[in-house]
Every structure is written in C-alpha cells, then in structure tokens.
Write a new protein. Structure first.
Lengths: 270, 42
C-alpha cells in the first residue's frame, strides 16, 4: 500500500469512514476519531476530498451518536448517567463533574462538549435527562461537532506535508502499517480499560453497600449521610435518604460545621 | 475533599441512591433545599 492507495481509499470510502468513526466515538466506543479527521484534512489540502464535505459528514456522524444518547437520556433519565459512569472507560467522565459543567454553563455547554474529556459522551444523555428541547440540543451539538471537526480537519490541512510524510512511511510499510495502527488502537483501549479497573478497585475497597449502611443505621451508629448530587439532579429526583444532608462536595464546610471528624461519613449521588 | 478536611471515615454508597431504593430502604420525597441550606438531621 502506498500514499496513492491511501488517497484512493479515502476518495472512495473516506467520507463513510469519517462518518462511521465519528459515530462510533460519539456512541461511546473507545477509539480515536481525531487522527481520521486530521488525515482527511491533509488529503483535502491535496484536493483528494472536499474539506467542507468532511466537516459536514463528521457533524452528521456526531449528531447520529448524540441523538441516540439524547433519547436514551430522555427515556431513562438519570439512571443512564449512573450506568455510563459505571461502564465508562474514562474515570474522569463522572456524572457529578458533567452536571456541574451543565449547571454552570447551561445548554451552551454542549458547544464545548467535544473539547472536554469525558463530557462528549455524557452531555447528550444529560441534556435528554434534563429535558432540553430537541431543537436547541441539535443546534448546540451541531455547532460543537462543527468546531471540533473544523479544528481537526484544519490541523490536517495546515500540517498536510507532515501528514503526507507519515502516510508515505506507513504506506511503505505495507501490511505492517495496518498491524501497527491496530496495535496502537488496542494499546489505547487497554490503557483506558486498566485505568478503569484501577479506579473501580480503589472505589470498591472504600465503598459501603446499601445493606451495610442499613445495618449501621439500625444499630444506631448514626453516620453522617451526605447527598452530593447537583442541585438540578435533586430537583429532577427529589428522593433522598432519610436524614441525608444536601452538600456541595467542592464547598462542604457550611454543611459540616460541628461534625466531629471521627464520625463515619457516607456520601451518595445518583 | 472531605478527607482533606480531617474526615477519616468517608465511604461512597455503592450504587448510589438507585441501589438504596432498589434495596428497599426508605427515602424522603421532600422538595430539595437550595444549595447552602442545612439538610435534615436524622
């Protein structure tokens, strides 16, 4: 395989490749999409493909993935966010952090969603769970996807010589290049998975189960129970554990005044 | 954050509120107070 073959491949299947790649990323599959867009940008600089078309296809792929999560969020509400938090390969994409971003910036936070690690996948179901109307959701998500794709494609166009050089080297490697790319993708997923395993292991060691908390309360241990959900989460789901104190974990001092540090503290979110 | 403030026995509830409800334990349905308000004591 040489650069001409890669160019022909992108010319024939490039747009479909961009659509599928971006859709998979937005659907939550842990594969990168930026390299594809950068290569597409470099090829657009050489006239192999149309840059505006690549951006439009990337927007379409992103919106397709976003819409699925948006509707899941509308149907399942906050449960899908809790589930995403559990299965995500990115430990930093926790629901609480996403809620804070959404609360602080409102629906316009969707515009920067693609640029914030972990936020891109969680923001659409959160928007659905928070009952954001479909029209503004689509507008903000399209703007976000457009800016993100434009940045990657633009970078590919600016650094087209360097990308061409890299593609030529990969082309000269023939089938080994595919093995190398596949190995890099597998390593990427493996590192993400390992981060997740470590994160869950640490959390599991320190967690308390509902049964254990129930026994503590029944035994009169009187633990301090803190509800660290966001304000909007509490408004959407007003249920709370009996005796729980609503607390902003980033500024807990006003809520913990007078609580001795030796007291057992249990925190919970959605 | 809590541990940095001296609390040594801090544990997150496994499964969060959903797991607590699914396990059949009691919850309140009072309107949530605004951030900054003191919560209910047991």
């Amino acid at each position: 395989m040489n650069i001409a073959d890669i160019g022909a491949l992108v010319a024939n299947y490039g747009l479909a490749l961009v659509f599928v790649n971006v859709f998979l990323v937005q659907a939550g599959v842990p594969v990168p999409a930026v390299p594809t867009l950068v290569v597409a940008g470099a090829l657009a600089a050489g006239g192999t493909v149309s840059a505006p078309l690549v951006v439009l296809v990337a927007i379409a792929g992103s919106l397709a993935g976003d819409l699925i999560w948006y509707w899941i969020g509308r149907v399942a509400g906050y449960r899908v966010l809790a589930w995403l938090c559990r299965v995500s390969l990115s430990p930093d994409s926790c629901v609480k952090r996403t809620e804070n971003i959404f609360e602080r910036w409102g629906p316009t936070s969707l515009v920067v969603a693609k640029f914030v690690p972990g936020f891109a996948t969680v923001a659409p179901p959160l928007a659905g769970a928070m009952r954001l109307a479909l029209a503004p959701f689509l507008v903000y998500s399209a703007v976000s996807a457009g800016l993100w794709a434009l940045a990657a494609v633009g970078a590919g166009m600016i650094f087209s010589r360097q990308v061409d050089w890299l593609l030529e080297r990969l082309g000269a490697m023939g089938g080994r290049a595919l093995v190398l790319v596949a190995a890099a993708l597998a390593l990427f997923a493996l590192v993400k998975w390992w981060e997740r395993v470590r994160f869950l292991r640490e959390m599991r060691m320190a967690r308390i189960t509902p049964a254990e908390l129930g026994e503590l309360i029944a035994a009169g241990a009187d633990p301090v129970i803190l509800d660290v959900r966001s304000l909007s989460a509490r408004r959407l789901d007003p249920r709370a554990i009996l005796g729980a104190r609503p607390v902003d974990p980033d500024a807990p001092d006003p809520h913990l005044a007078g609580v001795p540090p030796e007291r057992e503290v249990v925190v919970y979110c959605s | 954050m809590l541990m940095n403030r001296g609390f040594r026995r801090v544990r997150p509830l496994e499964g969060g509120l959903e797991a607590w409800v699914e396990a059949g334990y009691a919850v309140t349905r009072d309107p949530p107070p605004d951030d900054g308000e003191e919560g209910r004591d047991p």
